[in-house]
Design a protein around this ligand. Structure first.
Ligand SMILES: NC(=O)c1ccc[n+]([C@@H]2O[C@H](COP(=O)([O-])OP(=O)(O)OC[C@H]3O[C@@H](n4cnc5c(N)ncnc54)[C@H](O)[C@@H]3O)[C@@H](O)[C@H]2O)c1
Length: 491
């Protein structure tokens, strides 16, 4: 599915001079819409149609393309919007030789829309194969059935929409909407043959009043600025919105394990729909008590490519993928001298190589949506050598393959972050220290003594850093390793 996003911004504007590039709460008005289009992430290209070199320069600065300059005849006060969008589509298609399936037009004078509005409007059009297009509206404050009037041929006032019986209460009038000039989405062929945005198969997407102010006048400009500053203050004050995972789909591998269970609970508590994937589907997930709303247990064997592909085929959206499963052989705890080459190879294959397979498979979905975040579970033992004295007097050790696997996962993370950044996919790693889990007391004591925070990690300690990496709170962070070890590695 090929999607073109157009943003039409002409140079001359009547009500508010130079409005498209005027500074609005810290950046040019046009920048808000470009950023929303890029953040939405599903458009293959985001282009600005303009006749003004000044607007073109600002558009490019904020990450949009300006592949052509709009001809003068389409940049007049009287030029309608539809031919401008059609012209943009024709130009881009001719220049690239690529034909689009959908065209999403975002009006730069409506900066209060949210990325979720674009996604919801798009999905509404997708879910109705008969519809030609959709545009955004808001409930009208006045009703033609009740308090909107016009002058009749005798020069007297009359209601704009007459009914057989007069409507005396506003609530009894049919709901009417006003177009809020924010989002227009078309199936490409319907767009190219249309002569109006109103077809006989046009859907509406309703937005609340507070996200529907379209800047036409100086007063609108001031209202929008005030609303934007208020929202910014609220977001910064609470910080809550940044961690909101509503409408996100997260997959946790190894979900029935010690850390996986806590991850699933944390993600679900923040609004994500969580696919809890584990090889021990029946026993493990039941034991883990993962029955929260929004949690869907599935069977997954990360060492089996068919199993990974089978899960991926069922999902057309994955926003967050957490590589957390911990496959290992029965001789995992053998000391270095006893480790057979076959066992070493097998563990690398089951763990490091399977994380590679999962990253490759899920990034294909994320690429089509142009967004996503992958979190790989590393370990402090992928960053530093082990402290063998901690294990003295116990049957425990840290396996040699673990160092190679976790070191590999951490640098795989950096490679993928560098490569997948172009698709707006972030890849980061968590590197926990030892998590307390019924180890011998002497080991726990020795570990606590060596750790600045004087305790081993608890499983829930990974949840905060995980939510940070999974959410927009870390929107500009990729290729990083967050060490969750109570300070173990700094001394
Ligand atoms: N526990 C720690 O002290 C610690 C410290 C640092 C890093 N880590 C890392 O965190 C991750 C989770 O560790 P944990 O302690 O929760 O492990 P765990 O053994 O408690 O859980 C691992 C889960 O992975 C599942 N699993 C195993 N093979 C699988 C496969 N082939 N496909 C799908 N699922 C499979 C298991 O059924 C289990 O539910 C691992 O990557 C581990 O290396 C753990």
């Amino acid at each position: 599915m090929k999607i073109l996003c157009t943003i039409c911004a002409r140079g001359a504007s009547k009500g508010v001079p130079q409005k498209n590039i005027r500074n609005l709460a810290g950046k040019p008005l046009l920048a808000y819409t470009i950023e929303q289009a890029r953040q939405w992430g599903r458009a293959d290209r985001v282009i600005v149609s303009t006749d003004s070199p000044e607007i073109a320069a600002i558009a490019e600065k904020y990450g949009a393309e300006v592949p052509f300059m709009r001809p003068d005849y389409l940049a007049t006060d009287s030029a309608a919007k539809l031919p401008v969008i059609q012209h943009a589509v024709s130009c881009v298609e001719q220049m690239s030789g690529v034909q689009f399936d959908y065209v999403v037009d975002l009006d730069p004078t409506s900066p209060l829309r949210s990325v979720e509005d674009i996604e919801a409007a798009f999905n509404k059009l997708l879910s109705d194969p008969d519809a030609c297009n959709i545009y955004s509206v808001t409930r009208a404050s006045k009703s033609p059935y009740f308090n909107m009037v016009e002058v009749d041929q005798n020069g007297y006032a009359c209601l704009s929409k007459q009914t057989s019986r007069p409507i005396v209460r506003r609530q009894d009038a049919p709901v009417v909407y006003e177009m809020n000039a924010s989002i227009y989405i078309f199936r490409r062929d319907a767009l190219m043959s249309a002569d109006s945005v109103h077809t006989n198969r046009t859907l509406l997407y309703e937005m609340p009043e507070e996200r529907s102010v379209d800047i036409d006048t100086e007063l609108d400009f001031k209202i929008v600025e005030m609303l934007l500053l208020n929202k910014r203050q609220k977001d910064q004050g609470s910080g809550r919105d940044l961690f909101n995972l509503q409408h996100k789909i997260a997959v946790v591998t190894g979900a029935a394990g010690l850390l996986g269970r806590e991850m699933v609970r944390g993600l679900a508590a923040h609004g994500a729909t969580v696919i809890a994937a584990d090889i021990c589907y029946d026993k493990g997930l039941k034991l883990a008590g993962l029955s929260e709303q929004g949690v869907y247990p599935v069977h997954l064997d990360i060492t089996d490519r068919e199993s990974i592909d089978g899960l991926i085929r069922q999902l057309d959206q994955v926003d967050i993928w957490i590589n957390n499963a911990y496959p290992r052989t029965d001789d995992w705890m053998d000391k270095f001298e006893e480790v057979s080459f076959a066992s070493f190879q097998k563990n690398i294959d089951m763990h490091l190589n399977s994380y590679f397979l999962c990253c490759q498979a899920v990034s294909a979905i994320m690429k089509t949506r142009r967004k996503g975040t992958i979190i790989n579970m590393g370990s402090i033992y992928g960053l530093i050598g082990p402290s063998f004295d901690l294990y003295e007097g116990t049957d425990l050790t840290t396996p040699v393959a673990y160092a190679a696997i976790k070191g590999g996962i951490i640098n795989l993370t950096r490679y993928l972050a560098a490569y997948l950044g172009q698709y707006n996919i972030r890849v980061n790693a968590l590197a926990p220290g030892g998590v307390e889990n019924h180890q011998p007391e002497s080991f726990i004591k020795a570990y606590e003594k060596k750790t600045p925070l004087k305790r081993m990690a608890r499983a829930e300690d990974v949840v905060g850093p995980l939510l940070f990496l999974a959410s927009d709170a870390s929107a500009y962070i990729t290729g990083q390793v967050i060490v969750v070890d109570g300070g173990f590695t700094i001394v």
